[in-house]
Ligand binder design. Structure first.
Ligand code: EPZ
Length: 421
């Protein structure tokens, strides 16, 4: 077990290069199952979830090799269409393989992914859509037995909620299906656009990604290609926020500012100056941030739920009162206890959290509760006076490649240590 030890109070300054997005790489790795020949994915982050996706692909019979930040996948000879429970439990997004395996083989067995640290994570929208596309799905002893006796076919799907995972699963099942699939109320997140753009490079016919209606015309086959995974917008927001909370300034290379426009405008409201030039964002933070009156998480292009904990860390020491409304996940305030322990002033009632900024946080011994909550704790630690020790950092490692190296390269005092009980 490892922990981070942070000595706070140092403004960060320098350049950070963004890596590829985990939430884009995972569905694209699943999509590579649908292709003949070799798929080469560049700019893949080296993260535990990516290693799990590689193990799932290998289990299914693919060759999957990760060399630095490049993954090579050859899916010519599948030997399996079931994913064992232990692999399914290692990451929630393993469910994304369901659409791809079904699309490729017409049958698939997976386990129910269950709940997670963010609360219940149902997959009813995924299953309803796949049923409409010809899948018969039986649930037995925690396993989902899926088959499409007459093959997967196109269908019209109206999603009750623009679920990212459900939209991805439908896309994956639809690209090789017979006929046309139309998804209404589709998720519009940039990761959906990256998946669609990858699939199109392999020969798929998709239109409308990034909008609420996506139309997919099934094709006979797809061919692997070379593809560069888009930069990680949530990691980008995290590093901009690290500069914001420490009163620092950084140049963030490899960002797409358009994907995080709403977040940039909130950072500006908080007093930061931000410029976009040549694929890089420059942020200059004030000594103390100003509060932001209302932050409501919404599906894209609204404020991303994945940035809620990060912004809460910022607001704990901003001047004034901020109000958060979490509308995507039921249980996404688990970072609050750790922030309270560091001297923050936060009141939570259901979906609402009210944060009254304090002059200064102070270091504490805390535990990461989930990926983005853990990142929020790192940010709070960078701003706090004294030392902060964060345990259970495997949560943070799921989404940030060597966050301590990235931050210490721009002047933060953060080290990873072995934790001995
Ligand atoms: C993706 O999760 C991301 N994960 C999450 O990022 C992100 O927070 C989330 O989208 C929202 O943006 C990956 O891309 C791997 P959803 P996903 O289906 O697809 C409900 C991170 O920190 N819902 O859009 O699971 C669901 O319960 C992670 O990197 C149903 O009710 O999210 C939730 O309340 C965490 N039925 C809401 O929709 C369903 O069948 C949004 O879920 C599916 C979802």
């Amino acid at each position: 077990m490892q922990k981070f030890v942070i000595k706070g109070g140092i403004p960060i300054e320098g350049e950070i290069q963004l890596r590829g997005a985990k939430n884009s790489a995972l569905p694209i790795m699943a999509a590579s199952l649908l292709c003949s020949g070799e798929t080469i994915l560049e700019n893949c982050p080296r993260l535990t979830d990516i290693f799990v996706a590689c193990r799932i692909l290998t289990h299914l019979g693919c060759s999957c090799t990760l060399n630095q930040h490049t993954v090579s996948i050859i899916a010519n000879n599948l030997i399996n269409n079931e994913i064992p429970e232990d692999l399914m439990q290692e990451m929630r997004s393993s469910i994304i393989f369901l659409g791809a395996v079904l699309g490729r083989t017409g049958a698939c067995q997976v386990s129910y992914p269950g709940g997670c640290e963010l609360g219940p994570r149902p997959i009813d929208l995924h299953l309803d859509a796949l049923r409409r596309m010809g899948a018969e799905i039986i649930q037995s002893e925690g396993r989902l037995l899926c088959s499409a006796p007459k093959g997967i076919h196109g269908a019209t799907v109206h999603l009750k909620f623009p679920s990212v995972g459900a939209t991805e699963n439908i896309l994956l099942a639809a690209v090789l299906a017979k006929g046309r699939t139309v998804i209404y109320n589709a998720a519009r997140e940039p990761e959906i656009c990256d998946l669609a753009s990858f699939l199109r490079s392999c020969g798929a016919k998709i239109a409308g990604e990034g909008e609420s209606t996506i139309v997919i015309d099934g094709v006979k086959s797809l061919k692997g290609c070379n593809y560069r995974i888009m930069p990680d917008r949530i990691a980008g927001i995290t590093y901009l926020s690290a500069a914001a909370i420490t009163g620092g300034k950084i140049k963030l290379n490899g960002t797409n500012g358009a994907q995080i426009e709403n977040v940039i405008s909130l950072l500006e409201q908080a007093g930061c100056r931000i410029y976009h030039m040549d694929n890089a964002l420059y942020i200059y933070a004030p000594k103390r941030l100003l509060s932001i009156s209302g932050i409501k998480t919404m599906p894209h292009p609204g404020f991303p739920t994945d940035a809620q904990a990060i912004f809460m860390a910022l607001m704990t020491c901003a001047k004034g009162v901020s109000v958060f409304e979490e509308n995507i996940f039921e249980n996404r305030y688990r970072h609050v206890d750790a922030l309270l322990k560091m001297g923050a002033n936060i009141y939570v009632s259901g979906r609402i959290a009210v944060v009254e900024g304090v002059q200064q946080l102070s270091g504490a011994n805390i535990n990461a509760t989930d990926l983005r909550g853990g990142a929020a704790m790192v940010l709070a630690g960078l701003a706090a006076c004294g030392h902060t020790e964060i345990k259970q950092i495997s949560h943070i490692d799921r989404g940030y490649e060597s966050i301590e190296t990235v931050l210490s390269d721009v002047g933060a005092d953060i080290v990873r240590k072995e934790e001995y009980n």
